[in-house]
Design a protein around this ligand. Sequence first.
Ligand code: PMM
Length: 300
Amino acid sequence: MSHPSPVDGVPSGRTLVMGVVNVTPDSFSDGGSWLEPDAAVEHGLRLADQGADLVDVGGESTRPGAGRVTPEEERRRVLPVVRALAEAGVVVSVDTTRAAVAAEAVSAGARVVNDVSGGLADPAMAGVVADADVGFVAMHWRGPSDVMDGLARYTDVVADVRRELTARVGALTDAGVDPHRVVLDPGLGFAKPGSDNWPLLAHLDALTGLGHPVLVGASRKRFLGHLLAGPDGTPAPPEARDAATAAVTALAAAAGAWCVRVHEVRASADAVRVAAAWTAASTGAPLGGHEQGGPGERPS
Ligand code: PMM
């Protein structure tokens, strides 16, 4: 993690935690819970209190098979929430594939644009990000949610994702995006059946080696539900996947991820601190700030 931070105002020296606020009726794990702006803002503030370094606000579900919402509806859902959280001092990311929504969210205070299409869904996105000079999460994507399950064919999933993300970085920087603002994301679960997600995690170095910070979004995803299936093969439901999510957080942090995107923040906030202490001890580096025990602290 030697690159400069792509986002202003976030800590350095350990993996960051991005808390998720889906202002949608139908996201797979928290759909409908934060559809009212006040509830969404309150939830975002709670996630920040629990240790989220950034809060990601999205107004369009990307669950497999989901259709689009209108741009007007997406604006109506996200902009008041972005504005209120930013005014409260939270570092806000906007989860959108629409350039116009991204531009308005940045005006409302968002410091990161998180685009699950990596700029492919809207040709105007790269220009907006270049002008705004904010962080940009470019996720690996092969097509919209209603068709993505049919686009999940890979020769070698790690090499293919690496190559397709490299092409995205080229297109974004050609369009004027500052390369140090670009974060790469393997897009777990997006046009990837369960078995394709594990090699991407196990070979995270194939992405970190591209010289950009890497974000991992494993939280509550289907491949974890399948891993934790009961004896009859029924996948564990989304709300029973948080401990596995925190385990992925610890391993992703150890593998050099810049950030993890999670629904349940507390356990991942602890996990990234454990990983930082572990890495510091293995390299002989001093522990930073709060992680250092105070003079009177008992060794228990
Ligand atoms: N996953 C979802 C939505 N947005 N953004 C990034 N960068 N990476 C992800 O893996 C990702 C994302 C889908 O999960 P949700 O519907 O629970 O938010």
